[in-house]
Design a protein around this ligand. Structure first.
Ligand SMILES: *Cc1c(COP(=O)(O)O)cnc(C)c1O
Length: 392
Protein backbone atom coordinates (compact mmCIF):
# COMPACT_ATOMS: atom_id res chain seq x y z
CA UNK A 1 0.00 0.00 0.00
CA UNK A 2 1.29 3.47 -0.84
CA UNK A 3 2.04 5.40 2.29
CA UNK A 4 0.39 8.81 2.59
CA UNK A 5 2.15 11.84 3.99
CA UNK A 6 1.19 12.67 7.55
CA UNK A 7 -0.30 16.07 6.64
CA UNK A 8 -2.55 14.49 4.04
CA UNK A 9 -3.85 11.98 6.59
CA UNK A 10 -4.40 14.54 9.34
CA UNK A 11 -5.89 17.30 7.15
CA UNK A 12 -7.66 15.45 4.35
CA UNK A 13 -8.13 11.69 4.66
CA UNK A 14 -11.78 10.77 5.30
CA UNK A 15 -13.06 14.35 5.10
CA UNK A 16 -16.01 14.94 2.73
CA UNK A 17 -16.18 18.74 3.01
CA UNK A 18 -18.43 19.13 -0.05
CA UNK A 19 -21.10 17.26 1.96
CA UNK A 20 -21.12 19.82 4.74
CA UNK A 21 -20.85 23.36 3.33
CA UNK A 22 -17.05 23.09 2.85
CA UNK A 23 -16.58 23.62 6.54
CA UNK A 24 -12.94 23.07 7.51
CA UNK A 25 -13.78 21.23 10.70
CA UNK A 26 -16.23 18.36 10.25
CA UNK A 27 -19.69 18.47 11.84
CA UNK A 28 -20.69 16.19 14.69
CA UNK A 29 -23.40 14.06 13.08
CA UNK A 30 -25.22 13.55 16.35
CA UNK A 31 -27.79 11.04 15.08
CA UNK A 32 -28.61 7.47 16.08
CA UNK A 33 -30.22 6.46 12.77
CA UNK A 34 -30.36 7.43 9.08
CA UNK A 35 -33.18 7.14 6.53
CA UNK A 36 -33.46 5.69 3.00
CA UNK A 37 -35.46 6.63 -0.10
CA UNK A 38 -35.82 3.12 -1.49
CA UNK A 39 -36.16 -0.38 -0.05
CA UNK A 40 -33.27 -1.47 -2.27
CA UNK A 41 -30.90 1.09 -0.72
CA UNK A 42 -32.15 0.12 2.74
CA UNK A 43 -31.52 -3.57 2.01
CA UNK A 44 -28.00 -2.88 0.71
CA UNK A 45 -27.16 -0.91 3.84
CA UNK A 46 -28.47 -3.64 6.14
CA UNK A 47 -26.32 -6.18 4.34
CA UNK A 48 -23.13 -4.15 4.71
CA UNK A 49 -23.50 -2.39 8.01
CA UNK A 50 -19.80 -1.77 8.66
CA UNK A 51 -19.62 0.60 5.65
CA UNK A 52 -23.22 1.85 5.52
CA UNK A 53 -24.70 4.98 7.06
CA UNK A 54 -27.55 3.19 8.83
CA UNK A 55 -27.28 3.14 12.61
CA UNK A 56 -24.66 4.73 14.86
CA UNK A 57 -23.87 1.63 16.93
CA UNK A 58 -22.35 0.37 13.71
CA UNK A 59 -21.17 3.29 11.63
CA UNK A 60 -21.52 7.06 11.88
CA UNK A 61 -20.24 9.68 9.40
CA UNK A 62 -18.19 11.61 12.00
CA UNK A 63 -16.69 8.38 13.37
CA UNK A 64 -15.96 7.27 9.79
CA UNK A 65 -13.72 10.30 9.15
CA UNK A 66 -11.67 9.33 12.18
CA UNK A 67 -11.67 5.64 11.25
CA UNK A 68 -10.14 6.40 7.83
CA UNK A 69 -7.45 8.64 9.34
CA UNK A 70 -6.51 6.05 11.97
CA UNK A 71 -6.29 3.23 9.40
CA UNK A 72 -4.00 5.41 7.26
CA UNK A 73 -1.81 6.28 10.27
CA UNK A 74 -1.35 2.58 11.03
CA UNK A 75 -0.73 1.86 7.32
CA UNK A 76 -3.57 -0.67 7.58
CA UNK A 77 -6.43 -1.62 5.26
CA UNK A 78 -9.04 -0.73 7.86
CA UNK A 79 -9.59 0.26 11.50
CA UNK A 80 -12.32 0.27 14.10
CA UNK A 81 -12.64 3.11 16.60
CA UNK A 82 -13.83 1.99 20.02
CA UNK A 83 -15.02 3.51 23.25
CA UNK A 84 -11.80 2.62 25.12
CA UNK A 85 -8.40 1.01 24.79
CA UNK A 86 -9.74 -1.77 27.02
CA UNK A 87 -12.48 -2.40 24.41
CA UNK A 88 -9.74 -2.66 21.78
CA UNK A 89 -7.97 -5.36 23.85
CA UNK A 90 -11.25 -7.16 24.52
CA UNK A 91 -12.53 -7.14 20.94
CA UNK A 92 -9.29 -8.09 19.20
CA UNK A 93 -8.57 -10.98 21.60
CA UNK A 94 -12.08 -12.37 22.15
CA UNK A 95 -12.92 -12.31 18.41
CA UNK A 96 -10.06 -14.72 17.79
CA UNK A 97 -10.42 -17.45 20.43
CA UNK A 98 -12.88 -20.21 21.28
CA UNK A 99 -13.14 -22.67 24.14
CA UNK A 100 -10.03 -24.86 24.36
CA UNK A 101 -7.72 -22.29 22.74
CA UNK A 102 -4.46 -21.02 24.19
CA UNK A 103 -2.86 -17.57 24.19
CA UNK A 104 0.79 -16.64 24.69
CA UNK A 105 1.16 -13.17 26.18
CA UNK A 106 4.16 -11.08 27.00
CA UNK A 107 4.48 -11.07 30.80
CA UNK A 108 2.84 -8.24 32.76
CA UNK A 109 0.84 -6.68 29.92
CA UNK A 110 -1.45 -3.72 30.63
CA UNK A 111 -3.52 -4.43 33.78
CA UNK A 112 -6.89 -4.97 32.12
CA UNK A 113 -5.32 -7.30 29.53
CA UNK A 114 -4.08 -9.35 32.53
CA UNK A 115 -7.59 -9.31 33.92
CA UNK A 116 -8.96 -10.58 30.60
CA UNK A 117 -6.39 -13.40 30.46
CA UNK A 118 -6.53 -14.42 34.13
CA UNK A 119 -10.12 -13.77 35.26
CA UNK A 120 -12.37 -13.48 32.22
CA UNK A 121 -11.19 -15.90 29.52
CA UNK A 122 -10.66 -18.93 31.84
CA UNK A 123 -14.47 -18.84 32.43
CA UNK A 124 -14.81 -19.72 28.74
CA UNK A 125 -12.07 -22.33 28.60
CA UNK A 126 -9.30 -20.15 27.15
CA UNK A 127 -5.91 -20.30 28.90
CA UNK A 128 -2.89 -17.98 28.74
CA UNK A 129 0.84 -18.51 29.26
CA UNK A 130 3.02 -15.48 30.06
CA UNK A 131 6.55 -15.33 28.70
CA UNK A 132 9.52 -13.01 28.99
CA UNK A 133 9.18 -11.32 25.59
CA UNK A 134 12.73 -9.98 25.43
CA UNK A 135 13.82 -13.30 23.85
CA UNK A 136 11.90 -14.66 20.81
CA UNK A 137 12.86 -18.22 21.83
CA UNK A 138 10.51 -17.95 24.82
CA UNK A 139 7.53 -17.53 22.50
CA UNK A 140 8.64 -20.46 20.37
CA UNK A 141 8.98 -22.74 23.39
CA UNK A 142 5.51 -21.82 24.71
CA UNK A 143 3.66 -22.67 21.46
CA UNK A 144 1.16 -25.53 21.71
CA UNK A 145 -1.05 -27.06 18.99
CA UNK A 146 -4.00 -25.06 20.37
CA UNK A 147 -2.17 -21.70 20.52
CA UNK A 148 -4.20 -19.11 18.58
CA UNK A 149 -2.81 -15.72 19.63
CA UNK A 150 0.55 -14.21 20.53
CA UNK A 151 -0.20 -11.01 22.46
CA UNK A 152 2.47 -8.29 22.56
CA UNK A 153 2.99 -4.88 24.13
CA UNK A 154 6.14 -3.18 22.91
CA UNK A 155 7.30 -1.35 24.84
CA UNK A 156 5.19 -1.75 27.97
CA UNK A 157 4.28 1.34 29.93
CA UNK A 158 6.20 0.80 33.22
CA UNK A 159 9.52 -0.94 32.56
CA UNK A 160 9.47 -0.54 28.75
CA UNK A 161 10.58 -4.06 27.79
CA UNK A 162 10.37 -4.61 24.04
CA UNK A 163 9.70 -7.54 21.77
CA UNK A 164 11.40 -7.96 18.41
CA UNK A 165 8.20 -7.41 16.42
CA UNK A 166 9.54 -8.62 13.06
CA UNK A 167 10.94 -11.82 14.53
CA UNK A 168 7.83 -12.65 16.57
CA UNK A 169 5.56 -11.89 13.58
CA UNK A 170 7.63 -14.20 11.35
CA UNK A 171 7.56 -17.00 13.92
CA UNK A 172 3.79 -16.67 14.39
CA UNK A 173 3.07 -16.56 10.63
CA UNK A 174 5.08 -19.71 10.20
CA UNK A 175 2.91 -21.49 12.78
CA UNK A 176 -0.44 -19.97 11.69
CA UNK A 177 -0.81 -17.97 14.92
CA UNK A 178 -2.36 -14.48 15.01
CA UNK A 179 -0.28 -11.63 16.46
CA UNK A 180 -1.79 -8.68 18.35
CA UNK A 181 0.31 -5.73 19.55
CA UNK A 182 -0.52 -2.95 22.01
CA UNK A 183 1.16 0.06 20.37
CA UNK A 184 -0.06 2.72 22.82
CA UNK A 185 3.43 3.80 23.93
CA UNK A 186 4.81 4.70 20.48
CA UNK A 187 1.61 5.62 18.65
CA UNK A 188 1.68 5.00 14.89
CA UNK A 189 3.98 7.98 14.45
CA UNK A 190 6.91 6.23 16.09
CA UNK A 191 6.15 2.55 15.38
CA UNK A 192 3.86 0.77 12.92
CA UNK A 193 3.59 -2.89 13.99
CA UNK A 194 1.64 -3.78 10.82
CA UNK A 195 4.69 -2.80 8.73
CA UNK A 196 6.62 -5.44 10.71
CA UNK A 197 4.10 -8.17 9.89
CA UNK A 198 1.93 -7.96 13.04
CA UNK A 199 -1.70 -8.85 12.25
CA UNK A 200 -3.57 -6.50 14.60
CA UNK A 201 -2.14 -3.29 16.03
CA UNK A 202 -4.14 -1.39 18.61
CA UNK A 203 -3.77 1.66 20.82
CA UNK A 204 -5.42 3.33 23.72
CA UNK A 205 -6.42 6.48 21.84
CA UNK A 206 -7.00 8.07 25.25
CA UNK A 207 -3.24 8.67 25.32
CA UNK A 208 -1.44 10.45 22.48
CA UNK A 209 -4.02 10.20 19.70
CA UNK A 210 -6.62 12.28 21.51
CA UNK A 211 -3.98 13.93 23.65
CA UNK A 212 -6.10 16.36 25.66
CA UNK A 213 -7.10 14.29 28.71
CA UNK A 214 -10.78 14.55 27.85
CA UNK A 215 -11.67 11.40 25.87
CA UNK A 216 -11.37 7.67 26.61
CA UNK A 217 -11.09 5.77 23.31
CA UNK A 218 -9.32 2.97 21.48
CA UNK A 219 -8.42 1.94 17.94
CA UNK A 220 -7.80 -1.45 16.30
CA UNK A 221 -6.16 -1.77 12.86
CA UNK A 222 -5.62 -4.69 10.50
CA UNK A 223 -6.91 -6.24 7.32
CA UNK A 224 -10.39 -5.43 6.03
CA UNK A 225 -11.32 -9.05 6.59
CA UNK A 226 -10.20 -9.00 10.25
CA UNK A 227 -11.90 -5.66 10.95
CA UNK A 228 -15.08 -7.03 9.41
CA UNK A 229 -14.84 -10.12 11.60
CA UNK A 230 -14.46 -8.02 14.76
CA UNK A 231 -17.15 -5.57 13.65
CA UNK A 232 -19.76 -8.26 13.10
CA UNK A 233 -19.03 -10.01 16.38
CA UNK A 234 -17.70 -8.15 19.46
CA UNK A 235 -18.04 -4.58 18.14
CA UNK A 236 -21.76 -4.86 17.29
CA UNK A 237 -22.72 -7.42 19.94
CA UNK A 238 -21.29 -5.50 22.86
CA UNK A 239 -21.74 -2.01 21.36
CA UNK A 240 -18.07 -1.05 21.63
CA UNK A 241 -17.99 1.88 19.19
CA UNK A 242 -17.02 5.45 20.02
CA UNK A 243 -19.71 8.19 20.08
CA UNK A 244 -19.77 10.94 17.38
CA UNK A 245 -18.87 13.66 19.89
CA UNK A 246 -15.85 11.76 21.20
CA UNK A 247 -14.79 11.00 17.62
CA UNK A 248 -15.03 14.70 16.79
CA UNK A 249 -12.87 15.65 19.78
CA UNK A 250 -10.33 13.07 18.70
CA UNK A 251 -10.21 14.38 15.12
CA UNK A 252 -9.48 17.78 16.69
CA UNK A 253 -6.75 16.29 18.88
CA UNK A 254 -5.19 14.40 15.98
CA UNK A 255 -4.50 17.58 13.99
CA UNK A 256 -1.64 18.42 16.36
CA UNK A 257 -0.40 14.89 17.07
CA UNK A 258 3.02 15.28 15.41
CA UNK A 259 3.73 18.57 17.23
CA UNK A 260 2.63 17.29 20.63
CA UNK A 261 4.52 14.04 20.33
CA UNK A 262 7.74 15.72 19.19
CA UNK A 263 7.65 18.24 22.03
CA UNK A 264 6.82 15.57 24.60
CA UNK A 265 9.69 13.34 23.38
CA UNK A 266 12.24 16.18 23.25
CA UNK A 267 11.41 17.44 26.73
CA UNK A 268 11.38 13.89 28.14
CA UNK A 269 14.98 13.47 26.93
CA UNK A 270 16.01 16.63 28.80
CA UNK A 271 14.25 15.47 31.96
CA UNK A 272 15.88 12.04 31.74
CA UNK A 273 19.31 13.75 31.46
CA UNK A 274 18.48 15.88 34.48
CA UNK A 275 17.33 12.87 36.54
CA UNK A 276 20.57 11.04 35.72
CA UNK A 277 22.48 13.73 37.61
CA UNK A 278 20.35 13.36 40.74
CA UNK A 279 21.71 11.36 43.69
CA UNK A 280 18.21 10.26 44.72
CA UNK A 281 17.74 8.36 41.46
CA UNK A 282 18.98 4.76 41.48
CA UNK A 283 18.14 3.82 37.89
CA UNK A 284 16.10 5.00 34.91
CA UNK A 285 14.04 2.96 32.43
CA UNK A 286 13.86 4.83 29.13
CA UNK A 287 14.20 2.93 25.82
CA UNK A 288 16.45 5.51 24.11
CA UNK A 289 18.93 5.66 27.01
CA UNK A 290 22.16 3.96 25.81
CA UNK A 291 22.21 2.07 29.14
CA UNK A 292 18.75 0.59 28.52
CA UNK A 293 19.18 -3.22 28.12
CA UNK A 294 17.32 -3.27 24.77
CA UNK A 295 18.66 0.06 23.48
CA UNK A 296 19.74 -1.28 20.08
CA UNK A 297 16.40 -3.02 19.42
CA UNK A 298 14.57 0.16 20.51
CA UNK A 299 16.65 2.24 18.09
CA UNK A 300 16.09 -0.24 15.25
CA UNK A 301 12.36 -0.70 15.77
CA UNK A 302 11.08 2.66 17.01
CA UNK A 303 11.43 6.06 15.40
CA UNK A 304 11.27 7.81 18.77
CA UNK A 305 10.03 7.27 22.30
CA UNK A 306 7.32 9.66 23.39
CA UNK A 307 7.36 11.21 26.83
CA UNK A 308 6.86 8.28 29.19
CA UNK A 309 9.64 6.75 31.32
CA UNK A 310 10.17 5.51 34.86
CA UNK A 311 12.87 5.64 37.50
CA UNK A 312 13.69 4.01 40.82
CA UNK A 313 14.12 6.31 43.79
CA UNK A 314 16.70 5.72 46.50
CA UNK A 315 14.26 5.92 49.38
CA UNK A 316 14.42 4.20 52.74
CA UNK A 317 10.87 5.06 53.74
CA UNK A 318 7.44 5.18 52.15
CA UNK A 319 7.14 8.76 53.44
CA UNK A 320 10.10 9.87 51.27
CA UNK A 321 8.38 8.58 48.14
CA UNK A 322 5.15 10.24 49.23
CA UNK A 323 6.91 13.55 49.94
CA UNK A 324 8.61 13.47 46.54
CA UNK A 325 5.32 12.97 44.66
CA UNK A 326 3.29 15.33 46.82
CA UNK A 327 6.03 17.99 46.87
CA UNK A 328 5.71 18.78 43.16
CA UNK A 329 3.22 21.50 42.36
CA UNK A 330 2.95 21.43 38.57
CA UNK A 331 3.40 17.73 37.81
CA UNK A 332 0.08 16.18 38.74
CA UNK A 333 -0.35 12.83 40.43
CA UNK A 334 -2.64 10.73 38.22
CA UNK A 335 -3.02 7.59 36.09
CA UNK A 336 -2.91 7.71 32.30
CA UNK A 337 -0.59 9.82 30.11
CA UNK A 338 -0.36 11.22 26.58
CA UNK A 339 -2.03 14.58 27.30
CA UNK A 340 -0.58 18.10 27.38
CA UNK A 341 0.15 17.92 31.11
CA UNK A 342 2.99 16.14 32.91
CA UNK A 343 2.04 13.42 35.36
CA UNK A 344 3.63 11.28 38.04
CA UNK A 345 2.54 7.92 39.40
CA UNK A 346 4.44 6.03 42.13
CA UNK A 347 4.09 2.23 41.92
CA UNK A 348 3.24 2.19 45.66
CA UNK A 349 -0.04 3.97 44.84
CA UNK A 350 -1.18 0.67 43.34
CA UNK A 351 -0.24 -1.43 46.39
CA UNK A 352 -1.95 -1.84 49.76
CA UNK A 353 0.31 -0.30 52.44
CA UNK A 354 1.01 -3.60 54.21
CA UNK A 355 2.38 -5.20 51.01
CA UNK A 356 4.99 -2.53 50.30
CA UNK A 357 8.58 -3.75 50.55
CA UNK A 358 11.15 -1.09 49.75
CA UNK A 359 13.95 -3.66 49.42
CA UNK A 360 12.26 -4.44 46.08
CA UNK A 361 13.25 -1.67 43.64
CA UNK A 362 9.93 -2.14 41.79
CA UNK A 363 8.19 -0.72 44.86
CA UNK A 364 10.34 2.40 44.59
CA UNK A 365 9.59 2.85 40.89
CA UNK A 366 8.04 6.16 39.82
CA UNK A 367 6.43 6.54 36.42
CA UNK A 368 6.64 9.99 34.91
CA UNK A 369 4.96 11.34 31.80
CA UNK A 370 6.25 14.54 30.25
CA UNK A 371 3.69 16.72 28.50
CA UNK A 372 4.29 19.81 26.40
CA UNK A 373 5.32 22.28 29.11
CA UNK A 374 8.68 24.14 29.10
CA UNK A 375 11.51 21.94 30.40
CA UNK A 376 12.61 24.49 33.02
CA UNK A 377 9.10 24.63 34.48
CA UNK A 378 9.25 20.86 34.99
CA UNK A 379 12.85 20.62 36.21
CA UNK A 380 12.17 23.27 38.82
CA UNK A 381 9.15 21.25 39.93
CA UNK A 382 11.03 17.95 40.15
CA UNK A 383 13.72 19.73 42.18
CA UNK A 384 10.91 20.83 44.51
CA UNK A 385 9.95 17.16 44.89
CA UNK A 386 13.53 16.16 45.75
CA UNK A 387 13.76 18.98 48.28
CA UNK A 388 10.53 17.82 49.94
CA UNK A 389 11.83 14.26 49.97
CA UNK A 390 15.01 15.23 51.83
CA UNK A 391 13.19 17.33 54.42
CA UNK A 392 13.19 15.34 57.69
C1 LIG B 1 -4.27 3.16 28.95
C2 LIG B 1 -3.76 1.92 28.32
C3 LIG B 1 -4.63 0.92 27.86
C4 LIG B 1 -6.12 0.98 28.07
O1 LIG B 1 -6.72 2.03 27.41
P1 LIG B 1 -8.02 2.82 27.95
O2 LIG B 1 -8.21 3.84 26.92
O3 LIG B 1 -7.69 3.35 29.31
O4 LIG B 1 -9.14 1.83 28.03
C5 LIG B 1 -4.07 -0.18 27.22
N1 LIG B 1 -2.75 -0.30 27.07
C6 LIG B 1 -1.88 0.63 27.51
C7 LIG B 1 -0.43 0.43 27.31
C8 LIG B 1 -2.36 1.76 28.15
O5 LIG B 1 -1.48 2.67 28.60
Amino acid sequence: MKKKLLSEILNETGELRENYFHSIAPPIIQASNFSFDTVEEFRTALQNESEAVLYSRGNNPTVDILRKKLAALDNAEDSLVLNSGASAIFASVVANVASGDHIISVRKPYGWAQHLFEKFLPRFGVSTTYVDGTNVKNFEEAIRPETKIIYLESPNSWTFELQDLKAVAALAKDKGILTICDNSYCSPLYQRPIDYGIDISFQSATKYLNGHSDVVAGVISGTKEMMHKIFSSEYMTAGLGITPFHAWLMIRGLRTLPLRLKKSAETARLIVSYLKTQLEVESIAYPFDPLFPQYSLAKAQMEDTGGLFSFVLKADSIEKIERFCEGMQHILMAVSWGGYESLVMPSIAGKPGNTIDLSDPEHRRIRMYIGIEEPEYLIEDIARGFAAMKKA
